[in-house]
Design a protein around this ligand. Structure first.
Ligand code: GSH
Length: 225
Protein backbone atom coordinates (compact mmCIF):
# COMPACT_ATOMS: atom_id res chain seq x y z
CA UNK A 1 0.00 0.00 0.00
CA UNK A 2 1.21 3.51 -0.77
CA UNK A 3 1.30 5.86 2.22
CA UNK A 4 1.61 9.60 1.74
CA UNK A 5 3.27 11.32 4.70
CA UNK A 6 1.22 14.47 4.37
CA UNK A 7 2.16 17.81 5.89
CA UNK A 8 -0.68 20.33 5.96
CA UNK A 9 -0.42 23.19 3.42
CA UNK A 10 2.49 21.69 1.58
CA UNK A 11 3.79 20.12 -1.59
CA UNK A 12 2.37 16.75 -0.56
CA UNK A 13 -1.02 18.02 -1.79
CA UNK A 14 0.44 17.54 -5.27
CA UNK A 15 1.13 13.86 -4.55
CA UNK A 16 -2.43 13.29 -3.31
CA UNK A 17 -3.68 14.90 -6.51
CA UNK A 18 -1.48 12.65 -8.69
CA UNK A 19 -2.71 9.55 -6.85
CA UNK A 20 -6.30 10.67 -7.39
CA UNK A 21 -5.64 11.27 -11.11
CA UNK A 22 -4.16 7.75 -11.36
CA UNK A 23 -7.03 6.36 -9.25
CA UNK A 24 -4.59 4.44 -7.04
CA UNK A 25 -5.41 3.30 -3.51
CA UNK A 26 -3.39 5.07 -0.80
CA UNK A 27 -3.33 5.95 2.87
CA UNK A 28 -2.52 9.29 4.47
CA UNK A 29 -0.30 9.72 7.52
CA UNK A 30 -0.78 13.29 8.74
CA UNK A 31 1.80 15.73 10.13
CA UNK A 32 1.14 19.29 11.28
CA UNK A 33 3.38 22.30 10.74
CA UNK A 34 4.45 24.26 13.78
CA UNK A 35 2.18 27.34 13.43
CA UNK A 36 5.01 29.70 14.44
CA UNK A 37 8.01 28.31 12.58
CA UNK A 38 5.98 26.58 9.85
CA UNK A 39 8.43 23.67 10.16
CA UNK A 40 7.41 20.03 9.98
CA UNK A 41 7.33 18.03 13.24
CA UNK A 42 10.41 15.98 14.16
CA UNK A 43 8.36 12.78 13.71
CA UNK A 44 8.69 13.19 9.94
CA UNK A 45 12.43 12.58 10.30
CA UNK A 46 11.63 9.03 11.37
CA UNK A 47 10.37 8.45 7.82
CA UNK A 48 13.16 10.26 5.96
CA UNK A 49 16.27 11.88 7.49
CA UNK A 50 15.48 15.37 6.16
CA UNK A 51 11.97 15.36 7.56
CA UNK A 52 10.54 17.27 4.58
CA UNK A 53 7.23 16.75 2.89
CA UNK A 54 6.31 15.06 0.64
CA UNK A 55 7.62 11.63 1.33
CA UNK A 56 5.87 8.38 0.46
CA UNK A 57 6.34 4.81 1.48
CA UNK A 58 5.39 1.98 -0.84
CA UNK A 59 5.91 -1.28 1.00
CA UNK A 60 9.53 -1.12 2.19
CA UNK A 61 10.44 1.70 -0.20
CA UNK A 62 10.77 5.27 0.97
CA UNK A 63 10.69 7.91 -1.77
CA UNK A 64 11.27 11.61 -1.04
CA UNK A 65 11.51 14.78 -3.19
CA UNK A 66 8.31 15.59 -5.08
CA UNK A 67 9.80 15.26 -8.59
CA UNK A 68 11.26 11.85 -7.74
CA UNK A 69 7.96 10.76 -6.14
CA UNK A 70 6.00 11.81 -9.21
CA UNK A 71 8.42 10.02 -11.54
CA UNK A 72 8.29 6.91 -9.33
CA UNK A 73 4.50 6.77 -9.12
CA UNK A 74 3.98 7.42 -12.83
CA UNK A 75 6.61 4.86 -13.89
CA UNK A 76 5.82 2.17 -11.30
CA UNK A 77 2.04 2.46 -11.06
CA UNK A 78 0.91 4.70 -13.93
CA UNK A 79 0.61 2.12 -16.74
CA UNK A 80 1.56 4.76 -19.29
CA UNK A 81 -0.86 7.39 -18.00
CA UNK A 82 0.07 11.08 -17.44
CA UNK A 83 3.40 10.73 -19.28
CA UNK A 84 4.03 11.40 -22.99
CA UNK A 85 5.45 8.42 -24.92
CA UNK A 86 9.21 7.90 -24.53
CA UNK A 87 11.33 9.29 -27.34
CA UNK A 88 8.87 12.07 -28.28
CA UNK A 89 9.49 15.81 -28.06
CA UNK A 90 6.61 16.00 -25.57
CA UNK A 91 8.44 13.53 -23.33
CA UNK A 92 11.46 15.83 -23.32
CA UNK A 93 9.20 18.77 -22.42
CA UNK A 94 7.62 16.64 -19.68
CA UNK A 95 11.03 15.93 -18.15
CA UNK A 96 12.11 19.57 -18.47
CA UNK A 97 9.08 20.98 -16.60
CA UNK A 98 9.15 18.19 -14.02
CA UNK A 99 12.65 19.39 -13.07
CA UNK A 100 12.06 23.10 -13.69
CA UNK A 101 9.38 23.32 -10.99
CA UNK A 102 11.71 22.66 -8.05
CA UNK A 103 15.08 23.33 -9.71
CA UNK A 104 14.33 26.77 -11.22
CA UNK A 105 10.87 28.08 -10.35
CA UNK A 106 10.89 27.54 -6.58
CA UNK A 107 14.28 29.09 -5.58
CA UNK A 108 13.39 32.73 -6.39
CA UNK A 109 9.91 32.27 -4.90
CA UNK A 110 11.53 30.98 -1.71
CA UNK A 111 14.00 33.88 -1.68
CA UNK A 112 11.10 36.30 -2.04
CA UNK A 113 9.36 34.67 0.92
CA UNK A 114 12.53 34.92 3.03
CA UNK A 115 13.27 38.57 2.19
CA UNK A 116 9.61 39.60 2.64
CA UNK A 117 9.80 37.98 6.11
CA UNK A 118 13.04 39.80 6.94
CA UNK A 119 11.34 43.12 6.14
CA UNK A 120 8.47 42.31 8.51
CA UNK A 121 10.67 40.98 11.33
CA UNK A 122 10.77 43.23 14.42
CA UNK A 123 14.30 44.57 15.00
CA UNK A 124 16.02 47.51 16.75
CA UNK A 125 15.18 50.84 15.06
CA UNK A 126 18.80 51.53 14.11
CA UNK A 127 19.16 48.16 12.32
CA UNK A 128 15.88 48.30 10.42
CA UNK A 129 16.90 50.81 7.69
CA UNK A 130 20.04 48.80 6.91
CA UNK A 131 18.13 45.52 6.76
CA UNK A 132 15.43 47.16 4.58
CA UNK A 133 18.06 48.58 2.20
CA UNK A 134 19.81 45.22 1.78
CA UNK A 135 16.49 43.42 1.28
CA UNK A 136 15.20 45.94 -1.31
CA UNK A 137 18.50 45.76 -3.17
CA UNK A 138 18.54 41.93 -3.35
CA UNK A 139 14.90 41.93 -4.42
CA UNK A 140 15.22 44.58 -7.12
CA UNK A 141 18.55 43.38 -8.53
CA UNK A 142 18.04 39.64 -8.41
CA UNK A 143 14.75 38.20 -7.21
CA UNK A 144 12.25 40.37 -9.11
CA UNK A 145 14.04 40.13 -12.52
CA UNK A 146 14.52 36.35 -12.11
CA UNK A 147 10.87 35.87 -11.24
CA UNK A 148 9.71 38.09 -14.11
CA UNK A 149 11.84 36.20 -16.66
CA UNK A 150 10.54 32.85 -15.46
CA UNK A 151 6.92 33.96 -15.34
CA UNK A 152 7.14 35.34 -18.90
CA UNK A 153 8.72 32.09 -20.08
CA UNK A 154 6.01 29.96 -18.45
CA UNK A 155 3.32 32.29 -19.81
CA UNK A 156 4.69 32.04 -23.36
CA UNK A 157 4.81 28.24 -23.06
CA UNK A 158 1.16 28.01 -22.05
CA UNK A 159 0.16 30.59 -24.64
CA UNK A 160 1.35 28.05 -27.28
CA UNK A 161 -0.12 24.84 -25.83
CA UNK A 162 -2.69 24.14 -23.13
CA UNK A 163 -0.32 22.01 -21.02
CA UNK A 164 3.36 22.20 -20.16
CA UNK A 165 4.22 19.03 -22.12
CA UNK A 166 2.04 19.88 -25.13
CA UNK A 167 -1.56 19.09 -26.00
CA UNK A 168 -2.18 16.53 -23.25
CA UNK A 169 -2.38 16.91 -19.46
CA UNK A 170 0.55 15.15 -17.77
CA UNK A 171 2.17 14.73 -14.36
CA UNK A 172 4.46 17.66 -15.27
CA UNK A 173 1.38 19.90 -14.94
CA UNK A 174 0.81 18.54 -11.44
CA UNK A 175 4.43 19.28 -10.54
CA UNK A 176 4.21 22.80 -12.04
CA UNK A 177 1.04 23.64 -10.13
CA UNK A 178 2.90 24.30 -6.87
CA UNK A 179 5.20 27.13 -8.04
CA UNK A 180 2.21 28.73 -9.78
CA UNK A 181 0.07 28.43 -6.67
CA UNK A 182 2.97 29.86 -4.63
CA UNK A 183 3.33 32.73 -7.12
CA UNK A 184 -0.41 33.40 -6.91
CA UNK A 185 -0.30 33.32 -3.09
CA UNK A 186 2.63 35.77 -3.06
CA UNK A 187 0.89 38.24 -5.35
CA UNK A 188 2.87 37.44 -8.49
CA UNK A 189 0.19 36.04 -10.78
CA UNK A 190 -1.35 39.26 -12.04
CA UNK A 191 -3.08 40.24 -15.29
CA UNK A 192 0.19 40.02 -17.23
CA UNK A 193 -0.12 36.24 -17.05
CA UNK A 194 -3.56 35.23 -18.42
CA UNK A 195 -2.42 31.79 -19.63
CA UNK A 196 -0.96 30.91 -16.23
CA UNK A 197 -4.12 32.08 -14.49
CA UNK A 198 -6.26 29.99 -16.86
CA UNK A 199 -4.00 27.01 -16.20
CA UNK A 200 -4.58 27.26 -12.45
CA UNK A 201 -8.34 27.70 -12.87
CA UNK A 202 -8.46 24.69 -15.20
CA UNK A 203 -6.50 22.38 -12.89
CA UNK A 204 -8.47 23.50 -9.84
CA UNK A 205 -11.65 22.42 -11.67
CA UNK A 206 -10.40 18.86 -12.24
CA UNK A 207 -12.42 16.31 -10.22
CA UNK A 208 -9.21 14.56 -9.05
CA UNK A 209 -7.89 17.90 -7.68
CA UNK A 210 -11.10 18.33 -5.70
CA UNK A 211 -10.94 14.74 -4.40
CA UNK A 212 -7.32 15.29 -3.27
CA UNK A 213 -8.38 18.44 -1.42
CA UNK A 214 -11.23 16.61 0.24
CA UNK A 215 -8.86 13.88 1.47
CA UNK A 216 -5.87 16.12 2.28
CA UNK A 217 -7.78 18.79 4.16
CA UNK A 218 -7.63 22.57 3.92
CA UNK A 219 -4.86 23.76 1.59
CA UNK A 220 -3.56 27.29 1.58
CA UNK A 221 -0.02 28.28 0.65
CA UNK A 222 0.86 31.07 3.04
CA UNK A 223 4.05 31.69 4.98
CA UNK A 224 5.86 28.38 4.73
CA UNK A 225 8.01 26.63 2.16
N1 GSH B 1 12.27 20.19 -3.15
C1 GSH B 1 11.59 19.48 -2.08
C2 GSH B 1 11.12 20.51 -1.07
C3 GSH B 1 10.57 19.88 0.18
C4 GSH B 1 10.09 20.95 1.17
O1 GSH B 1 10.77 21.97 1.40
N2 GSH B 1 8.90 20.73 1.72
C5 GSH B 1 8.33 21.67 2.66
C6 GSH B 1 6.82 21.65 2.54
S1 GSH B 1 6.17 22.28 1.06
C7 GSH B 1 8.60 21.25 4.09
O2 GSH B 1 8.70 20.06 4.38
N3 GSH B 1 8.64 22.25 4.97
C8 GSH B 1 8.71 22.03 6.39
C9 GSH B 1 10.12 21.98 6.91
O3 GSH B 1 11.06 22.34 6.20
O4 GSH B 1 10.29 21.62 8.08
C10 GSH B 1 10.42 18.69 -2.70
O5 GSH B 1 9.93 19.12 -3.73
O6 GSH B 1 10.03 17.65 -2.17
Amino acid sequence: MITVHHLNNSRSQRVLWLLEELELPYEIQRYKRNPETMLAPASLRAVHPLGKSPVITDGDRVVAESGAIIEYLVERHGHGRLIPPAGTDDHLKYRYWLHFAEGSAMPPLLLKLVFDKIERTPMPFFVKPVAQRISHSVKSRFIVPQLAAQMEYMESTLARSPWFAGETFSAADIQMSFPLEAAAARGGLDVRYPALRTFLETVHARPAYARALARGGPYEIVGGD
